[in-house]
Design a protein around this ligand. Structure first.
Ligand code: 3PG
Length: 220
């Protein structure tokens, strides 16, 4: 339990200040920069590019080069290869849906700040063994809500464990998750759904970000 934290405090602070992290799946890397700009202009300071398409690494590379003020990370990191590709692309953090010890070890070895997915106390204990203190709580909305998260978080609170709930969250449920004391920030794809990206409707994307950022500001 004495490992260096897998996600540095400064990074956790940026996630907390944003309050919201947009989960985005990019099919066309040309969309990456306008998406990141619209989110940032709307007040959302963190983006997670999912490794569900072959374009994720390129999207991260472009965002890091052209929209450096947004905190750009990689999501859906399921393998060591994903972890290395995310790091090489310049991802500032990595997220996974689960708590795969091989992926955790890869992130630790190469120094990629990492938030693995947890849904049980056993998952949390595995993550702690790898030095993780910021954890993705997934699939948040299929579990029993923020009060269940707080019950599970209680035995780990003294270790500084904080959560990023993801999975099925939207603008309507955002306030209750943000009000939960162990929540660092809240993530989801509702800000930048596939239809909006396909239409290249950056004004709606920005509006979604503004609405979410307004809720996030209200918790401060
Ligand atoms: C994911 O990995 O898909 C994220 O947890 C986002 O979930 P959502 O699409 O339900 O918001």
């Amino acid at each position: 339990m004495t490992l260096k934290p897998m996600l540095p405090d400064a990074l956790a602070g940026r996630l907390s200040r944003s309050g919201v992290a947009a989960v985005v799946t990019v099919e066309n890397p040309d969309d990456a920069v306008p998406i990141a700009r619209a989110l940032l202009d709307g007040g959302v300071g963190a983006i997670e590019l999912t490794f569900r398409t072959a374009r994720a690494a390129e999207a991260i590379r472009r965002i890091r080069a052209e929209v450096p003020d947004i905190l750009a990370g990689a999501g859906t990191l399921l393998t060591r290869t994903h972890v290395l590709a995310a790091l090489e692309a310049g991802a500032l953090f990595g997220v996974a849906p689960g708590c795969n010890p091989a992926t955790l070890a890869a992130a630790r070895e190469c120094g990629l700040p990492f938030a693995p997915g947890v849904m049980t106390p056993t998952d949390i204990e595995i993550a702690l063994e790898h030095g993780c203190r910021v954890l993705k709580y997934f699939p948040a909305s299929n579990l029993a809500g923020p009060s269940a998260l707080e019950t599970m978080a209680a035995p780990f609170a003294h270790l500084g464990v904080r959560f990023i709930p993801l999975g099925g969250i939207n603008l309507a449920s955002l306030p209750q998750w943000l009000a939960s004391p162990s929540v660092l920030c809240v993530g989801g794809s509702w800000l930048a759904p596939r239809e909006i990206i396909q239409r290249q409707d950056w004004a709606t994307l920005r509006r979604n970000a503004e609405l979410a950022a307004e809720v996030a500001r209200a918790r401060k």
